[in-house]
Design a protein around this ligand. Sequence first.
Ligand code: GLY
Length: 442
Amino acid sequence: MPNILLVGNGAREHALAEAIVRSARQPRLFSFMKANNPGIAALSEKIRQGGYADLAAITGFAREQQIDFAVIGPEDPLNHGVVDALAQIGIPSVGPNQSLARLETSKAFTRRLLSKYDIPGNPQYRVFSTLAGVKEFLDTLEAVVLKPDGLTGGKGVLVQGDHFASKDEALALCAQILKDSASVIVEEKFDGEEFSLQCLCDGKTVVGTPLVQDHKRRFDGDQGPNTGGMGSYSLPDHSLPFLRPADIEEGLDITRRVAAALLAETGSPYKGVMYGGFIATKNGARLLEYNARFGDPEAMNILPLLKTDFVDVCRHIIDGTLDRLQIEFASQATVCKYVVPKGYGLPADHPDASAAKARIEVGEVGDARLYYSSVDKRDDGLYLSASRAVGIVGIADTLAAARRIAEAGVRAVQGPVAYRADIGTDALIQKRIDHMKSIRPE
Ligand code: GLY
């Protein structure tokens, strides 16, 4: 009966909590959360609320509850060094230490790591800490992507054609980024389709999980501003229909080589999730970025499909014995739709922006699974915050059936909310297939 500490308060952590408590090892779950997630609270023996920079509060709670190991959900506590702090009091974690978490927290670190260890997948790129040379480099690239070096909550990346049009604007944006960030990464923009490859890693062994496609844009048809992710789908064969087997092999190969490079570079084994955001291009898979944790929403696609006991998975990650565990996922399709406040991701002067903080009713979601994200549970009910509210997941033998289940579940959430109706539809997936065919014909 292990005592497990979960750190995090989103829908991803609600899915993690569910995976932990359904273990046959009969774990007792203790959760440290920045905000009270009612779904996680209902599954936990005890919760403690506090900020993720308050390492003393997290370690104090862990000590009090005699925690055997911790599972760290979001990047924020990883960035603050929660894994190092827990290790100092003898508690191991599923999650990288602060130095290894640079895989996500410093895009410049990761680009340079791939270059130094001759790992394929990088775009043409340069890291700048001043504007010197930026214009000249911009002029060598056809189209560019600009990334502040640091955590941006998935919303800091600026893409030519989406967020700005010209190289002059790119230069001005670099100047703006350098006011807040120590450096800016200027990269070649890739044309292709994105996929999420979430891998489990014990420092030596890297195990891929079913591929997922996330949808970052706020509105149907991939329109509107980028968000933390509006929803995602996965298919029964654990692949995506616009990919070639070589794309997946390349993504896995890059991740294996990055895990080895991280060990060589830091001397510490990476224990946790290496979530590669890849893009399939005409020349194969390329790396957009790594995250040092499960994806949100992507965790909600894969964790419910996990047939292997999740507590065993965690123990093998911590012990460095993943090579001895058979990790299996059900051959089913999943569709996750995020229900968000109408104003989510919109500029403050947009008429819908005021919909945040309103009260919502959550009825029966039928066959769907419901994962709470940013909701505020008060005495008189549930209230929206400014962020994504509830993840609704349909799971079935076919994508169409999974989508129908998710759609029906979404309708159970009443209030000033919105969601993307097109996620998991044949039309949207066909658009991805046609796009890939246009850039790399058979
Ligand atoms: N799905 C995007 C993220 O988790 O960062």
